[in-house]
Design a protein around this ligand. Structure first.
Ligand SMILES: Nc1ncnc2c1ncn2[C@@H]1O[C@H](COP(=O)(O)OP(=O)(O)OP(=O)(O)O)[C@@H](O)[C@H]1O
Length: 273
C-alpha cells in the first residue's frame, strides 16, 4: 500500500549572528513498506525524525529526494488536483487533541469539516454520518452539540479519531496519538484503534517514542535513530532480540510494573543485548 524509497530530508538551522548555519539530516535514505491492512510502528527517541517522516507522507513536508508510493502512485509527482484527491485517503491523528480541535466549534463542526470539503452530503446525511462516527468511537450521538472543553483528553482523542476516519481513508498516520493520555486511557484508545482498523479496513502508520505502545498495536515495527531506520522487528520476534543500541535503549526505558523490579529489569535489558 505504501512504499518509501530512499527518502532524504535535511533542515538548515542557524545562520544568524550568533549561530552558524548548520544542516541537519532528519531522513537519511529511508526505505519502508506498509502492507494493506497492517499497522507499521515507527519508534525512536525524541528528535530522531519520526514526525517529519509522517509529515512527508501526509504532504505537509517535501523530501529532498526519494519516492513515496501510495497504492501505485508516486505522491511526489502528482499534480495539485491529484494531490488534493489523494489527501482524503491519507488522514492523521496528532498527539495534542486540545489544539487539534477548534475550541469555539461544537464537535459537530469539527467532524463535519472534512465531509464538507470532500463530500456532497445533504444536511440530514451529514448529521447521520457524524452521529454514526461518534458511536463508532465510543461516544454518544448527542455529544455532537458539546464543545471541546466539555470533554476529557481521552474523549477528545476519540473525537479526533472520528474526524480522521470521517472520509473513510485507507491510511491513518497516528503521530504520538496516545502519548498525552494516562496509561488506562491509552489502553482503551489503542483497543479502539484496533477495532476501527478492522471495521473500516484501515492501515496505520503508528508513530511513538513509547516502544510498549508501538509493540501493542503494530506489526511490524521499525526503529528510527538520527534519521535512519536502524532495525525492524516482526510481531513474532521478542523485543529482547533487538540488537541496535538505539533499540536496546528504548527497551531499557520500559518501566517495570513495580519499582522493586527496576534493578532486575536493568539486568535483563543489558543481558538481552
Ligand atoms: N521545520 C523544521 N525546521 C528545522 N528543524 C526541524 C523542523 N522540524 C523538525 N525539525 C528538527 O528535526 C529533528 C527531527 O524532528 P521530528 O519532530 O521529526 O522528530 P521526532 O522523532 O518526531 O521527535 P519528537 O517525538 O520529539 O517530535 C528535530 O531535531 C527537530 O528539531
Amino acid at each position: 500500500m505504501l512504499e518509501l524509497i530512499n527518502i532524504n530530508k535535511s533542515y538548515t538551522i542557524g545562520g544568524s549572528t550568533f549561530f552558524r548555519k548548520q544542516t541537519m539530516k532528519v531522513a537519511d535514505d529511508i526505505c519502508l513498506t506498509l502492507e494493506q491492512g497492517m499497522c507499521l510502528g515507527l519508534v525512536g527517541e525524541s528528535g530522531s525524525g519520526k514526525s517529519t517522516l509522517g509529515k512527508m507522507i501526509l504532504g505537509l513536508e517535501q523530501p529532498d529526494g526519494g519516492e513515496i508510493w501510495f497504492e501505485g502512485k508516486n505522491l511526489l509527482t502528482l499534480n495539485k488536483k491529484e494531490r488534493l484527491r489523494m489527501r482524503r485517503h491519507i488522514q492523521t491523528v496528532f498527539q495534542d487533541c486540545y489544539s487539534s480541535l477548534n475550541p469555539r466549534w461544537p464537535v459537530y463542526e469539527s467532524i463535519r469539516e472534512p465531509l464538507a470539503n470532500f463530500e456532497k452530503l445533504s444536511a440530514s446525511e451529514e448529521k447521520r454520518t457524524i452521529q454514526e462516527l461518534l458511536v463508532a468511537v465510543g461516544l454518544k450521538p448527542e455529544d455532537m452539540t458539546q464543545f471541546p472543553h466539555q470533554f476529557s483528553g481521552g474523549q477528545l482523542q476519540r473525537i479526533s479519531i472520528a474526524r480522521a476516519i470521517a472520509l473513510r481513508p485507507r491510511l491513518v498516520v497516528l503521530d504520538e496519538a496516545v502519548s498525552s493520555l494516562d496509561v488506562l486511557i491509552q489502553h482503551q484508545i489503542l483497543q479502539l484503534l484496533m477495532e476501527l482498523k478492522q471495521q473500516f479496513k484501515l492501515s496505520y502508520l503508528f508513530i511513538s517514542h513509547d516502544i510498549m505502545a508501538v509493540r501493542s498495536i503494530s506489526d511490524p515495527l521499525a526503529v528510527m535513530s538520527n534519521g535512519r531506520i536502524v532495525e525492524t522487528l516482526s510481531v513474532k520476534e521478542p523485543l529482547s532480540s533487538m540488537k541496535h543500541p538505539a533499540s536496546r535503549q528504548l527497551v531499557a526505558s520500559i518501566l517495570p510494573s513495580h519499582p522493586r523490579d527496576r534493578h532486575a529489569s536493568k539486568l535483563v535489558s543489558s543481558s538481552a543485548g
